[in-house]
Design a protein around this ligand. Structure first.
Ligand SMILES: [Zn+2]
Length: 170
C-alpha cells in the first residue's frame, strides 16, 4: 500500500506484521532540526519506507531518502542545492544495549513502546547525510583559489616537478 502522505507516529509491530510500504514527501515544516541546519525555507525530501522482519525476527525498516536542500557554500558563500540521498537498514530495538549489539549493517532506532516517529527518524537520516563542510562541487564554485590543504599539496607537488627534472639532468 502506498500513501503520499507519510504517517508520522506509527506502531512498528503493526507495520512489520503487515509488511507495509509507505512513501511520501516531507518538507522543512516537518523537519524542524534539519530546517535549523540548512539555508532557505524550501526543501523536499522523498521518503520510501519498507517494514519487515529479518531472519532472526528483528523488526526492520528499509529506508530510502532522496531530495535536496539549500546550503551556503563555505568557500564562495553563495547558496547552492545540495542533493541528499540515503539508503539505510534500521532495526527497531527497545534499549541502548540492544542497539549496541546490532550488526554494523544496521542503524538503531530505540523505542521502548514500539512506536516510532517516522518524521524524526527521516530527519536523523537527513542530518547524517549532510556534508561536514558545505561546499560547491569544485567546477561550480566561483572561488578559483581554493584554500583546502589537499589542493595546496597538489600545487606543491606541481612545483616540485621542475626540480625533480633538474635533478635528473644533473
Ligand atoms: Zn562555492
Amino acid at each position: 500500500m502506498s500513501d503520499r502522505l507519510l504517517p508520522k507516529t506509527i506502531n512498528v509491530g503493526q507495520f512489520v506484521a503487515l509488511e507495509r510500504r509507505v512513501d511520501g514527501i516531507l518538507t522543512l515544516t516537518d523537519l524542524p532540526r534539519l530546517r535549523g541546519d540548512v539555508a532557505g525555507e524550501h526543501a523536499e525530501i522523498a521518503v520510501e519506507l519498507v517494514f519487515l522482519r529479518d531472519e532472526i525476527n528483528r523488526p526492520i525498516i528499509k529506508s530510502h531518502i532522496k531530495g535536496n536542500v539549500t546550503l551556503k557554500c563555505q568557500r564562495c558563500l553563495e547558496f547552492y542545492r545540495q542533493p541528499i540521498s540515503s539508503d539505510s537498514l534500521l532495526a527497531v530495538v527497545a534499549n541502548e544495549s540492544m542497539a549496541e549489539a546490532l550488526p554494523d549493517s544496521y542503524e538503531a532506532v530505540v523505542s521502548e513502546d514500539n512506536s516510532v516517529d517516522l518524521y524524526r527518524m527521516v530527519e536523523d537520516e537527513c542530518l547524517l547525510s549532510l556534508p561536514l563542510i558545505a561546499r560547491h562541487h569544485a567546477t561550480d564554485c566561483d572561488v578559483l583559489m581554493p584554500t583546502m590543504s589537499g589542493t595546496l599539496d597538489e600545487t606543491m607537488m606541481e612545483k616540485s616537478t621542475p626540480f625533480a627534472v633538474l635533478e635528473e639532468l644533473i
